[in-house]
Design a protein around this ligand. Structure first.
Ligand code: FAD
Ligand code: UDP
Length: 366
């Protein structure tokens, strides 16, 4: 069987590797870009700093099978991600946690809030902001309003173009209020950055005698025969937008090279209430790249427009889910054509979930 995989990101590379290795079948992987690894692509710049071209990527998962799979192709450091947010000029870690209380409030007030939080919620509980707002206690009501306004309201409006109430609850629930002293961004069992980079990781995944990779190749320009298609590109594009276009948010990263060893204290600093950008990335923190200069990227969000920018974030809401379902019904009617990945499934997958989905699909088709 000749397999064609459209897209050389984590989804495409995972399904290609499994087919090549376990079914011993030929796989051609094409990508319209000039590089592999999709949105996770990284490269070392002329200073030797590993730049995440499409924004900071931190690998984190609780899935043993995904960790076992990716560990065959990469060795990871033990980096555990923390995000600093500047709130009223104070640097503190988010998700908002018990430590944050002591950074932003006077001690006696922080203590009172902490006691109340521990009375109302179990230790270690993650409370989505939209749920956290439903409080009776006056202090906790104040706290909920504070967190909503200082962390979520303006950031979400910058990121999604609408207020947090209009965004699917699952999106803001990614950064819950955390009743814990653990100030890490993720609590997953496995976390880290691949020492050699994500580009190299995907290169290793695709390095198999049964796999051929062709870059700068768009699916619509691919004219050769194949028996089975795995499509990780946008599902609406595949069907020529017959039901309308699935909307996405896009991001514009403005890179600056600065003549100083470090610009900020952390890899990512969020500015929920200030400026037009949402956050600043400083990439050299991830692999502890040592050099005199540094590179930062200011992240600006915007709507995706075909021909102007790239698709980054599917926008989860009811209308878009209904539109996606129309495409899915068409997709199900096709034989030997499978859709997967952030663009193919129109889902806000992290890297581990994209890999998990490809591994599951392989089990189904094998
Ligand atoms: P993609 O990486 O988008 O790959 C799809 C590929 O298909 C692309 O290379 C594209 O060029 C190609 N393609 C599309 N259409 C065609 C066509 N018609 N013909 C040929 N090729 C085509 N995940 C984490 O786990 N941790 C993080 O910290 C994290 N940070 C993120 C930050 C940002 C700003 C974004 C946007 C995402 C982040 N993610 C993170 C998610 C991560 O990027 C995705 O989970 C992962 O890249 C999904 O891989 P994929 O292969 O499904 O899609
Ligand atoms: N969010 C916020 N303020 C922050 C960080 C996150 O309002 O300081 C909200 C925002 O809506 C964002 C969502 O939480 O889109 C998820 O954040 P995450 O950092 O997981 O997004 P990603 O890294 O995928 O861009």
């Amino acid at each position: 069987m000749k397999n064609l995989v459209v897209g050389a990101g984590f989804s495409g590379a995972t399904i290609a590797r499994k087919i090549a290795e376990e079914l011993n079948q030929k796989v051609t992987v094409i990508d319209t870009k000039s590089h592999i690894a999709g949105n996770a692509y990284d490269y070392r710049d002329h200073n030797g700093i590993m730049i995440h071209k499409y924004g900071s990527h931190i690998f984190h998962t609780n899935l043993d099978n995904v960790w076992a799979f990716i560990s065959r192709f990469a060795s990871f450091n033990t980096y555990m991600h923390r995000v600093v947010a500047v709130i009223d000029g104070i640097e503190t870690t988010i998700p908002f946690n018990l430590r944050t209380l002591y950074n932003v409030f006077p001690e006696s007030m922080a203590q009172r809030m902490e006691e109340k939080l521990l009375q109302h919620f179990e230790y270690n509980k993650k409370v989505p902001i939209l749920e956290f707002q439903k409080q009776d206690d006056a202090d906790l009501k104040f706290l909920a309003q504070y967190v909503y306004e200082k962390i979520f309201l303006h950031y979400t409006t910058k990121q999604w173009g609408v207020s947090p109430n209009e965004v699917d609850g699952a999106v803001t629930a990614r950064v819950p209020v955390y009743i814990s002293c653990d100030d890490r961004y993720f609590q997953d069992k496995y976390q880290g950055i691949p020492f050699a980079g994500y580009g190299k990781t995907v290169e290793n995944m695709l390095d198999h005698p049964n796999i051929e990779v062709r870059l700068n190749t768009k699916f619509s320009d691919y004219k050769e025969d194949y028996d089975r298609l795995f499509y990780t590109g946008p599902i609406d594009e595949f069907f020529d937008y017959k039901f309308g276009e699935l909307p996405y948010r896009s991001v514009n990263f403005k890179l600056e090279e600065l003549d100083m060893p470090y610009y900020q204290c952390n890899s990512v600093v969020n500015y929920p209430c200030n400026y037009d950008f949402t956050r600043i990335h400083e990439y050299k923190h991830y692999l502890n790249d040592l050099c005199e200069k540094t590179v930062i990227a200011k992240e600006y969000s915007e709507f995706f427009e075909r021909g102007k920018n790239e698709r980054y974030y599917p926008i989860p809401n009811e209308a878009n889910a209904a539109l996606y379902q129309q495409y899915l019904s068409e997709a199900k009617a096709l034989k030997n054509v499978y859709f997967l990945g952030r663009l193919g499934d129109y889902k806000y997958y992290d890297m581990d979930k994209a890999i998990a989905r490809a591994l599951e699909l392989f089990e189904e088709i094998k």
